[in-house]
Ligand binder design. Structure first.
Ligand SMILES: Nc1nc2c(c(=O)[nH]1)N[C@H]1C(S)=C(S)[C@@H](COP(=O)(O)OP(=O)(O)OC[C@H]3O[C@@H](n4cnc5c(=O)[nH]c(N)nc54)[C@H](O)[C@@H]3O)O[C@H]1N2
Ligand SMILES: Nc1nc2c(c(=O)[nH]1)N[C@H]1C(S)=C(S)[C@@H](COP(=O)(O)OP(=O)(O)OC[C@H]3O[C@@H](n4cnc5c(=O)[nH]c(N)nc54)[C@H](O)[C@@H]3O)O[C@H]1N2
Ligand SMILES: [Mo]
Length: 835
């Protein structure tokens, strides 16, 4: 087994394979100092919880402690590989500052207490508010990082028990647009694509998706194709010179917030040249004429003016997309969190639809998730949607859900669209939401316009419950803090981007009195006395497996059908893709293979929304438009971002991620290898702008928008001129190796705007007007990684290359023929010749 520094080489060693071949196995391992595989007591099955890829792994346990991880060779998702966060992130579990006891606020301070007292406070306040004001005084804000069993329980409590419509997840910040774009085009959530599409595609197009840093193992799969005999062409749409952009055949770097104009021009060129599948359009879709008419207005030359991308490049991209034989498209936050998120993401769907590229090997769409369990938040109804993709505006669906829960249909809120998080924050600000229960998310760092968010969460009249594993920025504002168990300390299932369900088993006990989120929610339901209509407890399950069985029943006959999956079936081999039921006992690789969609008016999850205004489409209108449930081709005009550069704020600010940290860093800052690789905030600037504003590498800058300012050292990098980038990981609270709370903000969200996409309600983290000024000269380079998108522009000395600390050495074992057999499905090089 080889050992390599996986901070210096985040994607590990290449195992090239050819299109149509099988991705070779490479098993990655990282064990604590002094531990070897032979001395491990047991290996416990799980998958990664630090991104959406679903990398399957086993946790090494020794003396009842987690001592490392190893990739699972047999799993369809990763074939044994792990990314840096997978390899090192587990160490956060054993951090000495874990929450181990409940806390309550006494005389303005948080003090330790027992579970009885803490739960009693939450329950008595809930009951008082229900009596005084009714269900809408209560709001639940959860995450994309718990397990399906936990979300289903929470959704059932909130929708079926309390009866509040104010339930959302941080998936609103994350993948609300993924869900919405799928609903708009196919009538229902659910990824058409599969990771095996990477094995077959001849073109892979990535839209606002820095996969190299955010799903490192998926990128590894793409890199291995690129290193093989018949590599796919890569199209990258991103204003930064990411690793994806570096590897791309064509890199389009648009001005932030202009994605719809760009997509319309690409579609314009594809349609104008007749590179469409007329038979497919005729047989399986509605709405093509509208698209034709709309995109006719966007000649590449016009789009070039709006986006700043040369017309010739737009045409080149369109030509590659128009000639692709097996096109895989992926979309993420550069589209979702930007101006017109849903409208832009839907245009990506449109390319695959009008080219008839769905449901066949290599032909897929991945409207990516970001968080590991975001798909479950959505499908279990913990994010404003109803459980198992039921349609809130279809009375038959409400009746059916009421049957599953044995409650009165009228007690399930469906009088208006579910309240989205940004609206919930508004209600809390106004004082109509009086109790907010936050689980598994850190809004005091992750929501836009933090000054406002802090003032909302700090209010006396708001009773704030925070359920977390650390005393986060948000937990510090709480009235009650509930200590949770996390990954490795509790059992449950979760589903990745490509619908693969994994079981994550408990490996060790949680610290102190920390409890699994599932137990906390069930405890609350019982203490609240929530009953079904026969007076029996509403929550009839008492363990992860019994919760899973209940969830399965709820999914029966719905698109996300889990009825064919059991805990037993998930053990030992590979994760399984839903739908998995009697007809598909081994799961389903690709949906929509037969050109049939989940869009029938009686079956669909939603009737959709107007992409520009966000207004829900009337059921009658939907039935008239799409009576047979075909794929919906939806066009959209380009509307500029609300906040454009001005004289005072001449630049555009975008925010996002680095490879080595996860979100607000509660876990990754506590993993020494990861923290050392990206210890503090920086700001990326183009060489041209650095010249204009007089910056050298490492100078301390102040970045300001109308909402606030932060200080960060300057990295002169490969970003588009006129654009600055801040990673959003760095909150103001003191985490090991981080800042003292010193008032000089460094959280990107001090700067972001309270604004959201009309259709998906996802906040716009990626377009704000900003200015930058120098605070003082620097004394060395910015603390930014140099082997990622934040690499310096041009050459830099070898010693500046990002390397791991000594404990970053990780094992790597490659097996099998690295070129891989062709299975007949794959491309030959001939396809290229016709271009
Ligand atoms: N290392 C790491 N991996 C993660 C996470 C993490 O925190 N760290 N988080 C996970 C989660 S929850 C998510 S949601 C995903 C997010 O994964 P990504 O979406 O890949 O990550 P981001 O950095 O948010 O944004 C991607 C890119 O959008 C580009 N962008 C900004 N504005 C625009 C625009 O207007 N147009 C276009 N075309 N591009 C633009 C940025 O330059 C950036 O490179 O990552 C997941 N994986
Ligand atoms: N400016 C800007 N802001 C952004 C983004 C951006 O690109 N730019 N991206 C947005 C996106 S896509 C996302 S997903 C959000 C992420 O934002 P958050 O959800 O706020 O980020 P995390 O740090 O992942 O917060 C998860 C919390 O759950 C806790 N936790 C971990 N495991 C468990 C568990 O098992 N149980 C419980 N109860 N708690 C647990 C962690 O300690 C942590 O405090 O940020 C959003 N905000
Ligand atoms: Mo996310």
């Amino acid at each position: 087994m080889g050992r390599i520094d996986r901070i210096a080489e985040p994607w590990g060693t290449r195992t090239p394979y050819r299109g149509g071949g099988t991705w070779p196995v490479r098993v990655d391992t990282h064990l604590a100092e002094g531990v070897d595989a032979e001395s491990v007591d047991r290996w416990v099955q799980t998958a990664s919880i630090l991104h959406s890829n679903g990398d399957a792994m086993d946790i090494a346990v020794k003396d009842n402690r987690i001592v490392g991880v190893r990739g699972r060779a047999s799993d369809r998702v990763n074939h044994g590989r792990l990314g840096p966060k997978d390899l090192y992130g587990w160490q956060a579990n054993a951090s000495p500052d874990r929450l181990t006891r409940p806390l309550i606020r006494e005389g303005g301070k948080l003090v330790e207490t027992d579970w009885e007292t803490a739960m009693d406070r939450v329950v008595s306040r809930s009951k008082a508010l229900l009596a005084e004001q009714g269900p809408s005084a209560l709001g639940f804000y959860t995450t994309g990082q718990l397990f399906a069993e936990e979300y289903y329980t929470l959704g059932t409590i909130a929708h079926g028990g309390i009866g509040t419509n104010h339930v959302d997840g941080n998936t609103r910040l994350c993948t609300a647009t993924a869900a919405e774009a799928l609903k708009e085009s196919f009538g229902c959530d659910g990824q058409p694509g599969s990771y095996t599409d990477v094995d077959h595609a001849d073109v892979i197009a990535l839209y606002g998706h820095n996969v190299a840093e955010t799903q490192t193992v998926l990128w590894t799969r793409m890199l291995d194709r690129l290193a093989g005999p018949n590599p796919p062409k890569i199209i990258c749409v991103d204003p930064r010179l990411t690793e994806v952009a570096r590897a791309a055949t064509v890199h389009l770097a648009p001005r932030p917030g202009t994605n719809v104009a760009l997509m319309n021009a690409i579609l314009h060129h594809i349609i104008a040249n007749g590179w469409v599948d007329g038979d497919y359009i005729q047989a399986h879709t509605v709405g093509y004429q509208d698209l034709e008419k709309e995109v006719a207005k966007y000649a590449p030359a016009l789009a070039a003016e709006i986006t700043g991308v040369p017309a010739a490049k737009i045409e080149e991209a369109a030509r590659i997309l128009g000639h692709a034989e097996r096109l895989l498209s992926t979309v993420l936050q550069g589209f979702y969190q930007s101006n017109q998120g849903t409208a832009a993401a839907v245009q990506v769907n449109n390319i695959n639809i009008i080219r008839g590229m769905l449901g066949k090997p290599g032909c897929g769409i991945l409207q990516m998730n970001g968080q590991p369990t975001a798909e479950n938040t959505r499908e279990c109804g913990a994010d404003g949607d109803l459980a198992a993709f039921r349609n809130w505006s279809n009375d038959a669906h409400i009746k059916d859900l009421a049957r599953v829960w044995n409650v009165d249909p009228m007690s399930i809120p469906h009088y208006s669209p579910p309240t989205h998080l940004m609206q919930m924050m508004r209600y809390a600000e106004d004082g109509s939401i009086r109790l907010l229960w936050v689980s598994g998310t850190n809004p005091a760092v992750s929501l836009p316009e933090l000054r406002r968010i802090r003032s909302i969460l700090e209010q006396d009249r708001l009773f704030l419950v925070v359920q977390d594993i650390f005393l986060t920025e948000t937990a510090q504002l709480a009235d009650v803090v509930l200590p949770a168990a996390t990954w490795g300390e509790k059992t449950g299932t979760f589903t990745n981007v490509d619908r693969t369900v994994h079981l994550s088993e408990k490996a060790v006990d949680p610290p102190g009195e920390a409890r699994p989120d599932l137990d906390i929610f069930i405890d609350y339901a019982h203490r609240m006395g929530l009953k079904d209509k026969d007076g029996e407890p509403l929550i009839k399950w008492d363990s992860p497996e019994s919760a899973f069985e209940a969830w399965k029943e709820c999914t029966r006959g719905r698109p996300c059908d889990y009825t064919g999956i059991t805990y037993g079936k998930l053990l030992g081999g590979s994760g399984i893709q839903w739908p998995c039921n009697e007809e598909n006992p081994d799961g389903t690789e690709r949906i929509y293979a037969d050109g049939k969609f989940w869009a029938h008016p009686d079956y669909c999850e939603t009737y959709g929304r107007d992409l520009i205004t966000g207004a829900p489409v009337d059921p009658t209108e939907y039935k008239a438009l799409n009576p047979e449930g075909r794929a919906l081709i939806k066009a959209a005009e380009y509307v500029p971002p609300h906040e454009l550069p001005s004289k005072e704020f001449p630049l555009q600010l975008i925010t996002g991620r680095t490879l080595f940290h996860f979100h607000t860093r509660t876990k990754t800052a506590r993993a020494p290898e990861l923290q050392a690789a990206a210890p503090d905030v920086w700001v990326e600037l183009s060489a041209h702008d650095a010249g204009t504003y007089g910056f050298a590498e490492g100078d301390l800058a102040e970045v300001a928008t109308p909402r606030g300012s932060v200080q960060a050292k300057v990295r002169i990098g490969g970003i588009r001129g006129g654009v600055v980038f801040l990673p959003f990981h760095y909150g103001y609270w003191d985490t090991p190796g981080g800042h003292e709370p010193d008032g000089a903000g460094r959280a990107a969200n001090e700067l972001t705007i309270t604004d959201w996409d009309a259709a998906s309600k996802q906040p716009i983290f990626k377009t704000a007007a900003a200015r930058i000024s120098k605070v003082r000269s620097g004394d060395g380079p910015a603390p930014a990684p140099t082997n990622t998108a934040s690499a310096p522009a041009g050459d830099f000395p070898a010693e500046a290359r990002t390397r791991g600390i000594p404990s970053a050495l990780a094992g790597e074992e490659i097996s099998g023929d690295s070129t891989g057999p062709a299975d007949g499905n794959g491309g030959t090089d001939e396809g290229e010749a016709s271009l």
